[in-house]
Design a protein around this ligand. Structure first.
Ligand code: MLT
Length: 208
C-alpha cells in the first residue's frame, strides 16, 4: 500500500517497455489489491496503477456516493472524478507515466466514465466493465477517437440495457471510438469479457 499521494494505491512498475499503463478501478467493496491480477492478465508487463476509492458505504470503499443502487449523488460523482483526475496527474509525475487506459469494474467503470465526461485528457482510453451512465447530462467535452470498450451483461440486474446504451451513444457523440460488447450473463465478469478486453487492448494499444 502506498499512501503518499491523494489516494491510497498500489503501483507496479512496467516490466516490459512500450506498453500503455493501466489504471485499475475496483467495484464497490473492493480495494487497490483487487484488480492487480486482472491487470497483469490483460496486459502482461504493463505498469499498473491501482487506487482505492475515497468514499465508504457501510465500510465498503467506492469511488463516489450513491443515494440507492443505480441512483448516484451526481455532485459527488463530479467532485470525485475531479479528485481522481488530480491523482492521475500526481501519479504520472511521481512514477513517470504516460496517460493510462482505465480498466474499471462496476463502480470503478462508472467513475472511469465520469472521468471521460469531465477530463478527456486524463485517459488514453477505457475498458468499462458493467458500466452505467455516471451523469445524466451529456458530456460537454470532445473525445476525438478515444478508444473505449464497454463490456455489458445482457441480464445484469444492476445496469438496464437502455442506460448503458445511452452511455455508449453519449461517448460516441463526443467523438470516442466505442466498441460495445454484451455477454449473456449478469453483473459478474465471465471469461469472454477478459478475452475481449485483452484482444482489444492489444489491437488499440500495441507495444510502442
Ligand atoms: C454504482 O453504484 O456505481 C453501481 O450501482 C454499481 C455498483 O457499485 O454496484
Amino acid at each position: 500500500m502506498q499512501n503518499t499521494l491523494s489516494h491510497i494505491h498500489r503501483f507496479q512498475p512496467a516490466s516490459k517497455p512500450g506498453l500503455v499503463p493501466l489504471l485499475l478501478l475496483h467495484g464497490t467493496g473492493g480495494d487497490e489489491n483487487d484488480l492487480l491480477g486482472l491487470g497483469a492478465e490483460l496486459a502482461p508487463g504493463a505498469a499498473l496503477l491501482s487506487p482505492r476509492g475515497n468514499v465508504l458505504e457501510n465500510g465498503m470503499p467506492r469511488f463516489f456516493r450513491r443515494l440507492a443502487e443505480g441512483v448516484f449523488d451526481e455532485e459527488d460523482v463530479v467532485r470525485r472524478a475531479d479528485e481522481l483526475a488530480a491523482f492521475i496527474k500526481e501519479a504520472r509525475e511521481t512514477y513517470g507515466l504516460e496517460a493510462p487506459v482505465a480498466v474499471g469494474f462496476s463502480n470503478g467503470a462508472n467513475i472511469a466514465a465520469a472521468l471521460l465526461y469531465r477530463h478527456p485528457q486524463a485517459l488514453a482510453g477505457a475498458v468499462l466493465m458493467r458500466a452505467m451512465l455516471p451523469l445524466r447530462k451529456k458530456p460537454e467535452v470532445e473525445l476525438p477517437g478515444t478508444p473505449v470498450l464497454i463490456l455489458s451483461g445482457a441480464v445484469d440486474p444492476i445496469v438496464p440495457a437502455a442506460n448503458v446504451g445511452l452511455l455508449a451513444e453519449n461517448l460516441r457523440q463526443a467523438g470516442a471510438a466505442v466498441t460495445h460488447e454484451t455477454q449473456l450473463t449478469g453483473h459478474g465478469l465471465v471469461r469472454q469479457d477478459l478475452d475481449i478486453a485483452k484482444t482489444w487492448l492489444r489491437s488499440h494499444f500495441p507495444a510502442a
